[in-house]
Design a binder for this molecule. Structure first.
Ligand code: PLP
Length: 426
């Protein structure tokens, strides 16, 4: 090993290096419109790729089970302090490896296996970890679900209250992965208090908007708030938990040793960097532009004749009902992919198609906004989306749009160290 330790990736493993280089090109040339994705800064990338990946640091700052943790403590304390500065809240745990593990830990902190939980139905915008039968959350706990109203496609809080009174959940979970509207945090807390449930809010999608001050915060309302750090918050791929002081010890124990061993110290360092960025005034501008872009894009798609679920968006994402035009979400995803626009198929409320086909696509603006795109680009992209879906069976037409997309992308440079793919592997 010692003779190979100083080789570069390209020297040591040309196949993986080639895949990385192709991915660099893909991210630079396309339009990344998956609502849960973003581009981290070079500083965040550097910390995530740092030598901290070599370090074990089980435990928490000042209370580790390993020696040599003095610098691990520095970055974890920075991440904790900055997260609290951004979001408030009594206590923060920055160690969850992912959003799913943050949720698993939050539940473990306040629930026993078999307890009833009440979350937003996945096909109405929720998340797998909010009780889906294929997730740990639906296997370990007894899941019940609330939905959106058929007429408004907004959360039906009256139904939520009725279900809560009937099912007596131990936890009510707010948040989701495809809900384009604001949440009534106060009402949810009121319902949770009424039935003796803990109110947990998963703000994974909107955390960056909350950090940027352009979206109300669930933190003052929920006893536990969880999030990913890699979506609108623009940090490394990971999770985070904020909670009331009374639950601090239970949450910490649930993360380590409950769900995880050693924290990913390199990722904790990258979280510290990202949180530092989120505290800067530019991040408020970024968050505001992300929402402004989403509103303009939704309106432009409506003008192009598409039905937007719930009639628009209050955040960074929208659900486009493509099946209303006879197009499956899976077909739309494929056609837009060929045109260089990356989105994902998504069920819409009361969908009549199965999830792998779906009636909608989910479209988001966080990544393009990071590249510096604004309202004029959103209007242009709406035109391309409409055209690509109209000409979805014409590969030559999609290729032409792809060329125009690449030209636009080249005007909004991403990373300075972009390289051409090496001609091996892949
Ligand atoms: N919670 C919500 C609301 C999400 O949208 C996601 C991911 O999409 C997660 C949790 C899970 O995050 P991860 O992929 O990091 O496990």
């Amino acid at each position: 090993m010692t003779d190979r330790i100083s080789l570069t990736l390209a020297q040591a493993d040309p196949d993986v290096a080639a895949a990385v280089d192709h991915e660099i090109l893909r991210q630079h040339e396309g339009l990344e419109m998956i609502a849960s994705e973003n581009f981290v800064s070079e500083a965040v990338l550097e910390a995530a790729g740092s030598i901290f990946t070599n370090k074990y640091a089980e435990g928490y700052p000042g209370r580790r089970y390993y020696g040599g943790c003095e610098y691990a403590d520095v970055v974890e304390n920075l991440a904790r302090d900055r997260a609290r500065q951004i979001f408030g809240g009594d206590h923060v745990n920055v160690q969850p490896h992912s959003g799913s593990q943050a949720n698993a830990s939050a539940y473990a902190a306040v629930l026993q296996p078999g307890d009833t939980i009440l979350g937003l139905d996945l096909s109405h915008g929720g998340h797998l970890t909010h009780g889906h039968r294929l997730s740990f959350s639906g296997k370990l706990y007894r899941p019940t679900f609330y939905q959106v109203r058929r007429d408004t496609e907004l959360i039906d809080y009256d139904e939520l209250e009725a279900i809560a009174e009937r099912e007596k959940p131990k936890a009510i979970i707010g948040g989701g992965s495809a809900y384009p509207r604001l949440w009534d945090f106060a009402r949810m807390r009121q319902i949770a208090d009424k039935v003796g449930a803990v109110y947990i809010f998963d703000m994974a999608h909107i955390a960056g908007l909350v950090a940027g001050g352009v979206h109300p915060s669930p933190v003052p309302h929920a006893q536990i708030t969880t999030t990913t750090t890699h979506k609108t918050l623009r940090g490394p791929r990971a999770g985070l938990i904020l909670c009331e002081q009374a639950l601090a010890a239970a949450v910490d124990k649930a993360v380590f040793p409950g769900q995880q061993g050693g924290p990913l110290v390199h990722i904790v360092a990258a979280k510290a960097v990202a949180f530092g960025e989120a505290l800067r005034p530019e991040f408020r501008t970024y968050a505001a532009q992300t929402v402004a872009n989403a509103k303009v894009l939704a309106a432009a798609l409506q003008q192009a004749g598409f039905r937007i679920v719930s009639g628009g968006t209050d955040n960074h994402l929208m659900l486009v009902d493509v099946f209303e035009k006879g197009i499956l979400g899976s077909e739309a995803e494929l056609a837009l992919g060929k045109a260089g626009i990356t989105v994902n198929k998504n069920t819409i409320p009361y969908d009549t198609n199965p999830p792998l086909k779906a009636s909608g696509i989910r479209v988001g603006t966080p990544a393009l906004t990071t590249r510096g795109m604004k309202e004029p680009e959103m209007r242009q992209i709406a035109v391309w989306i409409a055209k690509a879906l109209d000409q979805r069976n014409d590969d030559a037409a999609l290729e032409r749009i792809r060329g125009e997309v690449a030209e636009l992308a080249s005007r909004f440079p991403l990373y300075a160290w972009r390289r051409a793919p090496v001609a091996v592997g892949v």
